[in-house]
Design a protein. Structure first.
Length: 174
């Protein structure tokens, strides 16, 4: 396994472990709910939004390294609901967002499938320039981009889930 693949895989596995802990006691009825405190809705991304959003990325990672990302893509409607820049909406009736089990399955299955393929990628692929010219200044290589999306991006959103949990009175998982 290449050094980059090994390091990226370790970070993704760590994120998946934290994800499992963050979800272990979340009930389906609050999964797509925004918390309220003192009758005021807190503008925080709920668990459905964070996990649905993160489920979009493993297929993009594979495409970035020249593999077929379509095989592990999240369901088609996820982009309309969870893409970057989309508004996270409170869903008290469960009619906006997919069921919790659907989102969890999309998140975990896409990440685990990407992890299985990472060892097949040579370091030379990760050393190539980032093909996204707009992002190249901040993330100059494919490897830097993969590290960002597999570690920093995931952990940022998992931090949002951690805070969201606290708003619902769910305890720390650390």
């Amino acid at each position: 396994m290449s050094h980059f693949a090994q390091d990226i895989s370790a970070a993704v596995r760590m994120g998946l472990g934290l994800s499992e802990l963050l979800l272990k006691d979340v009930k389906a009825e609050i999964f797509a709910r925004k918390p309220t405190i003192g009758g005021k809705t807190i503008e925080a991304n709920h668990a459905s939004f964070n996990f649905g959003h993160l489920a979009l990325y493993p297929s993009r990672w594979l495409t970035l390294v020249g593999l077929d990302g379509a095989k592990i893509a999240a369901p088609a409607n996820f982009s309309d609901l969870y893409a970057a820049g989309k508004e996270c909406k409170d869903d008290p009736t469960g009619k906006i967002y997919p069921a919790m089990d659907v989102v969890k399955e999309a998140f975990f299955s896409s990440h685990r499938a990407a992890l299985e393929l990472l060892p097949t990628i040579a370091d030379s692929v990760f050393l190539a320039p980032n093909p996204n010219e707009k992002m190249r200044e901040r993330l100059p290589t494919v490897g830097a981009t993969m590290i960002f999306y597999g570690a920093s991006h995931m952990m940022m959103h998992l931090g949002q889930v951690s805070t969201w949990r606290r708003c619902f009175g769910l305890g720390s998982v650390m």
